[in-house]
Every structure is written in C-alpha cells, then in structure tokens.
Design a protein around this ligand. Structure first.
Ligand code: GLA
Length: 384
C-alpha cells in the first residue's frame, strides 16, 4: 500500500517513474530512554510501521532536490543542499542528501526527485523522523549505487537530524531503524557502539497508546536533559554513570538538581536494561514488569518527562494489578506514546482498559496499536 501510494505520488509530482526506493521502520523502545546521548544502554526494536521513499536521478542544474510527500501539499524544491534554512518537513531528507554530498557522493550535474509515504505517526515518539532519514538514505544508496556500512548510515542520519532539524538526538532511533530484526529487540551499548539481538518471548504483547500530545524535540526540554547529561559525564566520568552503586550526594554539585537527577536516571536506567534482558531470559515476568514500572517512575520523577496524559494511561494499567502488564513512556516522553508490555494480554484488552478512563479525563479516545518487532531498512521488493 505505502509503496503504491509513493509510486502514484511520484508519477503525479514528477511525471515519470521512480527507479529506486528505500523503506525504514519506526521504533518502540522497550526500556532505556534518555541514555543514548549519555553513553548508557537501551533496548529498542524496529516496528511494523515504516516510511517509504522512492526516487529517481535527473540530469539537471536547476534544483538539486525535489521532494513530495503524501501528507503534504505540493512538492518542495531545494536548490542549495547545504542551506539549513528554511526548515520544514523535508529537512530530514535534505539533511541526509547533504550528508551524501559532503562525502562527494552526489555528482554536481544530477538532481534528485523523491516521493515519500509513511504510516509512522508523526511527532508521536515512534521515530517518524528517523524512519524518514533512514528510508531516504536507503533510497539514495540505490540511486547513487553506493553501499554504506550500517553504523555509518545510522550516524549520517543522526548528523542530518542535528544539522538540519536542529535536534541534538542520540543514535538509538536511527540504529534501530537500520538494524532491526523481526522478533528481536536490540541491546545497544552507547559507550562502545555495540549492538546485540535479544529474542523476544512469543507471548510478549507490545501495545502502543498515543497520548496525542505531540512533541517537537527541538523545543527545549530534550536539549536541557541532553546538556545536563553532558555535565554529569564530565563531572563523574562514563564508568561512574554505569556503576551499580547509587550516586552519593557529594558526587555532584548540590545546587544542580537536574544534573544529579539525570545522572541517577542514566545510571539506574542502564542497569534496568540489563535486568530486563536477564528477566526475559529467565521468563521472570514479575522482575521484567517491575523494571518497566521503575523506568516510568524515573522518567517522571527524575527527568520530568511525563505529562497528565501519560500518567492517565500508566495509571489505568497499574490500576489492574491482576494483569501481567506494565506501561512506560517510550522515546523522549513529554507526550508521545506509552508502551504497554504484557504477557497473556488479549487483543483489544489494553484499549478496553485505557480508553474509557482517558476519554473521561481528556474528552477523546486515544489511538491504540499492537506492534511487532520488525526488520530494519531495505529496498522495497518491487516498484509498481
Ligand atoms: C528521542 C531521541 C533519541 C533518544 C530518545 C530518548 O527519540 O531521538 O535519540 O534520546 O528520544 O531515549
């Protein structure tokens, strides 16, 4: 469906046929948030929602990049790939193309036409932007006949987001989108760059509830946490941030509560990632779900990354302790999506539990989706 929509859009916008394409998934992070920019650990997985970018190269000099999206009116024409202003929805693709150009991979006499279609909900914390970047990079690999190392590809996409969207993000989302694999999550160690697959139990149900509160990561709160994490790394060192021993009050400046809280979050959250992996391996559901709940509490109390909508959803889940499930915000928080993780949970059960309470409080029903761990970026099998 998405490939067909992108093909149709391409034909309409550029009067021709796309020759190559890339598709890349969004992600759900099971546990380990606000740790990637602080050299901690995380456990994300790619999901069965993706962005498709189709393209063709054209010999021309007028505009380097033309781009159309099924969710935006009209095509955008970018004549200077390196110009970071104006910014808009196309900046992610422009940034990725600019990274290819920085590496002398875009010949000067060529223009790029791209058409985009995505079913990763925008601004909801499921990494629609990383999916867009990685799908663009995958399409450009085909168009320009190059093959990037997967980790370089994730890094180029992250750099594009820093430079062109102005978001100082870590590398979790792009890496999950590049490397994801069906049925597996990825343990990521951001201090070494190492990744390892973790097989998910077949009876683990993963449900995403969208708060409907959109966040723009460029808007301050994320950048403040990022800056506090950099201060903590400088003051304590990375090894201490990953230590089992809780931080002592004298280890960080007393007045700087945010830095102390971020450091304690990164330290405890990274430990929770490994405890969750161990618990999954032992089929210790009680232990696994307890870590998920602690992660929510740490994001709320230490990072201030919750909001009334998140609390409502997590509260509705926690109010049913007889169910083997737990919930936490996934991704940056401050809105976005909550992930509910549970065993033996029936289809529709999360929605039946959360929707009435949410409706009572906010006067609208939240969107709820079941998601599965899916494969990472690839070229679409066939262009229509
Ligand atoms: C956003 C960023 C990621 C990561 C998460 C929080 O999704 O893009 O790099 O920092 O927030 O874990």
């Amino acid at each position: 469906m998405l490939v067909r929509s992108a093909c149709d859009l391409f034909a309409e916008a550029f009067q021709g046929r796309a020759t190559h394409g890339g598709q890349a998934p969004g992600r759900v992070n099971l546990i380990g948030d606000h740790t990637d920019y602080a050299m901690g650990l995380a456990l994300p997985m790619a999901i069965d929602r993706r962005c498709v970018v189709l393209g063709a190269v054209r010999p021309r000099k007028d505009s380097v990049l033309s781009i159309a999206s099924t969710s935006q009116p009209g095509a955008v024409h970018v004549s200077d790939l390196a110009a970071v202003h104006p910014r808009g929805w196309w900046s992610y693709a422009q940034g990725v193309a600019a990274m290819f150009a920085r590496h002398q991979l875009v010949p000067g006499h060529l223009g790029l036409d791209l058409a985009v279609a995505s079913d990763v909900p925008l601004g909801s914390g499921l990494s629609s932007s990383a999916a867009f970047e990685v799908a663009t990079a995958t399409c450009l690999e085909g168009l320009l006949d190059v093959r990037l190392d997967p980790h370089d590809k994730a890094r180029w996409c992250q750099q594009a987001e820093h430079d062109f969207a102005g978001v100082p993000c870590g590398i979790m989302d792009q890496t999950a989108s590049v490397l994801g694999r069906a049925g597996r999550a990825l343990r990521m160690d951001f201090s070494t760059g190492q990744t390892a697959f973790v097989t998910l139990p077949a009876d683990l149900r993963i449900v995403v509830v969208n708060t409907g509160v959109r966040h723009a990561l460029g808007e301050g709160a994320y950048a403040r946490l990022h800056a506090a994490a950099q201060r903590a790394r400088t003051l304590l060192g990375e090894a201490r941030l990953r230590n089992e021993r809780p931080l002592e009050p004298h280890e960080l400046p007393r007045q700087d509560a945010l830095t102390r809280n971020v450091a304690e979050h990164v330290r405890s959250e990274s430990l929770r990632v490994d405890r969750c992996i161990e618990a999954l391996a032992r089929e210790d559901w009680v232990g696994f779900l307890a870590r998920v709940r602690e992660s929510h509490e740490s994001m709320r109390d230490r990072l201030g990354a919750s909001c009334p909508e998140i609390e409502c959803i997590v509260g509705a889940i926690d109010a049913r302790p007889e169910r083997a499930w737990a919930a936490r915000p996934t991704g940056a928080g401050f809105g976005g999506c909550v992930v509910v993780l549970g065993r033996g949970v029936e289809e529709g059960e999360v929605s039946r539990c959360v929707a009435p309470v949410f409706q009572d409080s906010f006067g609208r029903a939240p969107e709820v989706w079941d998601v599965r761990a899916a494969d990472g970026a690839a070229a679409p099998q066939a262009l229509i």
